[in-house]
Design a protein around this ligand. Structure first.
Ligand code: GLU
Length: 384
């Protein structure tokens, strides 16, 4: 598996439909074949972390809930039943292959709050040091709409970047990215490589998700943005065959998303990957130029403030056309941000009645999206 063995730390995300059959439950043989691949990578010195979906789907089957829509507490109960079965299957199969494993269940706050993020990172890092394979899922039994990732694609990207991994593999029911959803458009072309996730690439995703999974291509590209910005490459490939990881080496097709050439590190990885910004700051063209050249965002360049946020929350910075260009930790509460938007630094003190920080978002707390480079036409749009 040379294509994969050149990576040091791989996070593999497995969709529910691959692991669980609605009628018969866990697809044990497939799981065993994947575990053989994980063991081979491990033996070659590549660390593997697993983000495994399937708790709710498996719990549904075990409890005989059929296909009907579930209430929140029913899917939480299904997750409780499914997760225990899922984790024991992983543990048994990894054991058979001579590997140890540990279960990690995360809720959104565990990666979004800095202190808990560092804690989760330390635990997973320790597991890897002890040569146990982390088997990770969202803690669906306690997660409710407001506090959930909702899809394991983004959770996996968050984990991969948190752990400084160099590759994220999304095993899916589709073999990669096409120029349009291939189920709908027979002329859709397969893309083996994506240099950068541009708005044009995002437009190719469509909205369709498969029956069992929460994410579609959309959440996979969201995951790709989190991963590649932090310097983690991403592969989307089909998991529908046995030994899906060695299949990559055998030459089965996949889409590779290249990592950014100027990846953000540490603290900035955490900021860039924040899943739900609490607010949005729309800025003028001058501020866009300042941000692109690595400067702080000053109140003078802010045109519009929206959302309810407090000082220290993550906000998205939008270009005049409404495209997200950066994320950062804001230095003011929303109410003050509205009052000082558009003002020069020396006017701020008069309005707020006290001395204030000059930046709305300080450059140390700011991450410009994508590769930190503006394409020619983007630069032209901003200038024009
Ligand atoms: N955490 C969910 C589960 O294990 C899956 C979420 C997803 O499909 O992305 O059932």
């Amino acid at each position: 598996m040379n294509a994969l063995r050149k990576y040091k730390r791989i996070t593999v995300k497995i969709g529910s439909a691959l692991l669980v059959d609605r009628a018969t439950g866990l697809k044990r043989e497939w799981l065993a074949s994947l575990v053989d691949d994980v063991a081979a990578l491990n033996a070659a010195g590549t660390e593997v972390l697993v983000v495994s979906s399937g708790a709710i789907a498996l719990g549904r089957t075990i409890l005989g809930l059929g296909r009907r829509a579930l209430k929140l507490e029913e899917s939480q109960a299904a997750a409780a039943v499914g997760q225990i079965a899922l984790a024991s299957a992983w543990s048994e199969e990894l054991n058979r292959a001579g590997l140890k494993s540990g279960q990690i269940l995360l809720t959104l706050g565990d990666t979004e709050e800095r202190r808990r993020y560092l804690n989760a990172r330390a635990t997973i890092g320790t597991l890897l040091k002890m040569r146990a394979v982390p088997i990770i899922n969202e803690n669906d039994t306690v997660a409710t709409t407001e506090i959930r990732y909702g899809d394991n694609d983004r959770l996996a990207a968050r984990v991969a970047t948190m752990m400084g991994g160099d590759l994220l593999v999304l095993l899916s029911d589709i073999d990669g990215l096409y120029t349009a959803p291939p189920q709908i458009d027979p002329d859709a072309k397969f893309l083996p490589m994506v240099e950068r996730i541009t708005p044009e690439i995002e437009a190719m995703a469509g909205a369709a998700a498969s029956e069992l999974s929460r994410g579609g291509m959309r959440t996979k590209l969201d995951a790709g943005k989190i991963a590649t910005t932090a310097g983690t490459a991403m592969i989307i490939t089909s998991g529908a065959r046995q030994n899906p990881l060695s299949a990559i080496e055998r030459g089965e097709r996949f889409t590779l998303f290249k990592p950014s050439r100027a990846p953000v590190k540490g603290y900035k990885t955490w900021i860039a990957g924040q899943l739900e910004p609490a607010g949005r700051l729309t800025v003028d063209a001058g501020a866009v130029r300042a941000l692109m050249s690595g400067k702080s965002l000053l109140p003078a360049g802010v045109k519009l403030v929206s959302g309810h946020f407090s000082r220290g929350d993550t906000v998205a910075v939008l270009s005049p056309e409404g495209r997200e260009i950066a994320r950062g930790l804001v230095a003011y509460d929303a109410a003050d941000a509205i009052r000082i938007a558009g003002l020069k630094t020396d006017e701020i003190e008069t309005v707020l009645g006290h001395q204030a920080r000059s930046a709305m978002v300080h450059r140390d707390d700011l991450v410009v999206s994508g590769t930190h480079e503006v394409s020619e036409d983007e630069a032209a749009r901003v200038k024009g």
